[in-house]
Design a protein around this ligand. Structure first.
Ligand code: MG
Length: 170
């Protein structure tokens, strides 16, 4: 086959939303963002990483984040979501999958996330062991509409592409 490598590919999508409350740090895309509120969750509430995790698990056809990391399990209480991303990366690697690229959109009325996007990209690329150029992070507002627009919550949506080498049958 002239040394060609054949891959199979899968896409996945993930979403998440958490309520903004006082007295918690705001973690988004693995980065601590200075703000007077944070996201309420069993873990650290990082909606960007949770959406990413669900996209990866979905692409691999392995269920969802709640199946892998149940919020009834004390080992995940207040866990840094970066650790969950590493666990998921190892889990799919065990099935020969690797992430090709990830595209994440965070929707938050406040704070302004523009200054943190590059740091999030670098963090996510390093967690997934992929090139910085294969991770995209976008931030937008909800134009003042609904729970997100009035600052009650922050949400995220993620899309990923996975690939794995096809076994030769020759
Ligand atoms: Mg979540």
């Amino acid at each position: 086959m002239n040394g060609d490598i054949n891959y199979e590919y899968r896409t996945g999508i993930g979403t998440d939303i958490h309520r903004l409350v006082e007295g918690r740090p705001l973690k988004l895309g693995g980065v601590l963002v200075p703000f007077d509120k944070g996201l309420l969750a069993y873990s650290d509430g990082d909606v960007a990483l949770h959406a990413l995790i669900d996209a990866i698990i979905g692409a691999a056809g392995l269920g969802d984040i709640g199946m892998l990391f149940p919020n009834s399990d004390p080992q995940f209480k207040d866990i840094d979501s970066k650790e969950l991303v590493l666990k998921v990366k190892d889990y799919i690697a065990g099935k020969n999958w690797e992430v090709v690229n990830a595209d994440i959109t965070i929707t938050a009325e406040e704070p302004k996330l523009g200054p943190f996007k590059m740091q999030m990209k670098r963090c996510i690329a390093s967690l997934l062991c992929i090139d910085f150029l294969n991770v995209n992070v976008k931030a937008k507002t909800n134009e003042g509409l609904g729970e997100i627009g009035t600052g009650l919550a922050i949400s995220a949506i993620a899309n990923v592409l996975l690939r794995r080498r096809l076994k030769r049958t020759l």
